[in-house]
Design a protein around this ligand. Structure first.
Ligand SMILES: [Zn+2]
Length: 115
C-alpha cells in the first residue's frame, strides 16, 4: 500500500530518470538547435506525464484491491482471483494497468470491476 510520501518519492525518482535521459540525449552544446531542444523537452514531458499517470492509477488500484468486491447476484463477498495486465490509452499516453479480477464461488461468475 502506498502512502503520499512513498508516491512522491516514487514520482521524483521517475522524473529524475527522465531528466537524466534528456540530458544524456542532448547533442553537444555547440551543435544543438532549437528544434533539438524542443523535441527533447517534448519527449521528456510526455514520458513524465505517462509515468505520473501510471503511478496515480496504480495507487488507485492498490486502494481498490483493499476493498472487498461484493457479488451483484447474491451479495456475497467475492474472491480476488488475480489481475490482468491491460493497456489503456490516456491523454498522457499509453499506460499499462492491472485490472483486478473477482470471482463468486456461489454463482460461478467473475467480474472486472469498472473504473
Ligand atoms: Zn454470487
Amino acid at each position: 500500500m502506498f502512502d503520499q510520501k512513498d508516491l512522491k518519492a516514487d514520482l521524483m525518482a521517475q522524473v529524475e530518470a527522465s531528466i537524466e535521459q534528456l540530458l544524456a540525449a542532448q547533442p553537444p552544446s555547440d551543435k544543438i538547435t532549437l528544434n533539438d531542444m524542443e523535441r527533447l523537452v517534448s519527449k521528456a514531458g510526455s514520458e513524465i506525464e505517462a509515468q505520473v499517470m501510471q503511478s496515480l492509477v496504480e495507487r488507485n488500484e492498490a486502494a481498490e484491491r483493499s476493498e472487498r468486491a461484493v457479488c451483484a447476484e447474491c451479495q456475497q463477498p467475492m474472491r480476488h482471483k488475480g489481475s490482468q495486465r491491460r493497456k489503456v490509452v490516456t491523454k498522457s499516453g499509453e499506460i499499462e494497468v492491472n485490472r483486478p479480477y473477482y470471482y463468486c464461488e456461489q454463482c460461478q461468475v467473475g467480474v472486472f470491476p469498472p473504473g
